[in-house]
Ligand binder design. Structure first.
Ligand code: KG4
Ligand code: ZN
Length: 346
């Protein structure tokens, strides 16, 4: 079964073709990074207009790279939320147009469900129960996929998403956009113990996260040093900031796995590409005898293949969306049931 996956929830125009929910035939990203770079962040209106311009050529490239035509496709899957509403609308409208024009099945999926399902493209069927940390530019969520496949949100950020904090601090430090990869790279040459930044809600707050205090602490520390005429060691600040974020992410994820007696841990979303988070999560899971599922960085950041994978599971389960499908900027994840990967595709 060939599924076309369309992802336009934020700043990547991404399209992929996936066979039987697990085999990537093509995975193309029409990046908008250069268009948002002058603003140091994603501008929603710019993103929506860029999707409009980039989507059709990106679909064409995905078809060519997969050696397929519209006739070969069985279905179209699209991220219908959460995300920027104008951006989502472009993908949803295109998916509906293709489904109608070529008489193909249509399925709308949750963007975060897509991030979780990205793992099946490399690792096959996701074990259940499973604790998943989803960390991206727009979201920080700690999820429990229970034995029945139901998603339960154990915790989420009460202010900034992880990627958002990386991007804001990077901008403050005068680094490029997107900031996450810049801080990751710079941290390799910095001392992570140089500055003791706060680990917010580490021991309290259940499984919720907060990053605004850390952000303020970084800004205050830099201003203090500047006022005192002291040099600002940017690599040390980056490494110390990153370590503070990673400490909390690892501790809360492991605590959730412990509390729910779960042996499998999944980390996904753009920030899961962070090398320090990957390293620390590997160590922590090894030390507690847990299995860590960690897709390669290219499948952690937004892509169309994860949407096709999530959609294929739903289609195989007999689900379809109507042509009345609409974009939902606040589409909820809590309580969503994820159909298991069918036997035939394992
Ligand atoms: O999942 P994603 O591609 O898009 C959203 O759904 O938001 O995540 C993008 C976010 C950006 O904030 C980016 O700075 C961050 O992921 N990111 C990273 C790294 N690579 C991407 N953050 C930390 N370290 C990285 N290596
Ligand atoms: Zn995402």
């Amino acid at each position: 079964m060939l599924t076309l996956g369309i992802e336009t929830s934020c700043d990547e125009t991404a399209v992929a073709i996936v066979a039987d929910g697990v085999t990537v035939r093509s995975n193309v990203i029409g990046s908008q990074i250069e268009r948002h770079r002058p603003y140091g962040g994603v501008v929603p209106e710019v993103a929506a207009r860029a999707h409009l311009e980039l989507l059709v050529p990106t679909i064409d490239r995905a078809l060519v790279e997969a050696g397929a035509t519209y006739d070969d496709l069985d279905a179209v899957a699209v991220a219908s939320g959460p995300g920027l509403v104008g951006a989502l609308l472009v993908g949803v409208s295109a998916a509906k147009g293709i489904a109608l024009a070529h008489d193909r099945d249509l399925i709308g999926v949750n963007h975060l469900e897509g991030h979780v399902c990205a793992a099946q493209l490399e690792l096959g069927r996701l074990p259940r129960p499973l604790v998943a940390l989803v960390v991206s530019g727009g979201h920080t969520a700690l999820l429990l996929l229970d034995a029945q496949g139901r998603m339960r949100e154990l915790g989420a950020t009460i202010d900034d998403a992880a990627g958002e904090a990386y991007d804001k601090i990077a901008r403050f430090l005068g680094l490029g956009y997107p900031g996450g990869p810049e801080i990751d790279r710079l941290s390799l040459s910095g001392d992570a113990e140089a500055i003791a930044f706060p680990r917010a809600m580490l021991d309290e707050g259940g499984f919720d996260f907060s990053l605004s205090g850390l952000k303020t602490a970084v800004v205050r520390e830099l201003r203090r040093r500047e006022a005192a005429g002291r040099e600002v060691p940017v690599a040390d600040v980056a490494a110390s900031f990153q370590e503070a974020i990673v400490d909390v992410q690892v501790a809360k994820t492991l605590a959730a796995a412990e509390a729910h007696d779960v042996g499998d841990v999944l980390v996904v979303g753009g920030v899961a590409a962070n090398s320090r988070l990957r390293e620390r999560m590997r160590q922590a899971c090894e030390a507690t005898d847990r299995r860590l599922l960690l897709p390669s960085p290219a499948l952690c950041t937004d892509n169309g293949a994860m949407i096709a994978a999530a959609g294929a599971n739903r289609l195989a389960d007999g689900q379809r969306s109507e042509l009345g499908l609409s974009a939902d900027a606040g589409l909820a994840l809590d309580g969503l049931v994820l159909p298991d990967l069918p036997e035939a595709w394992r």
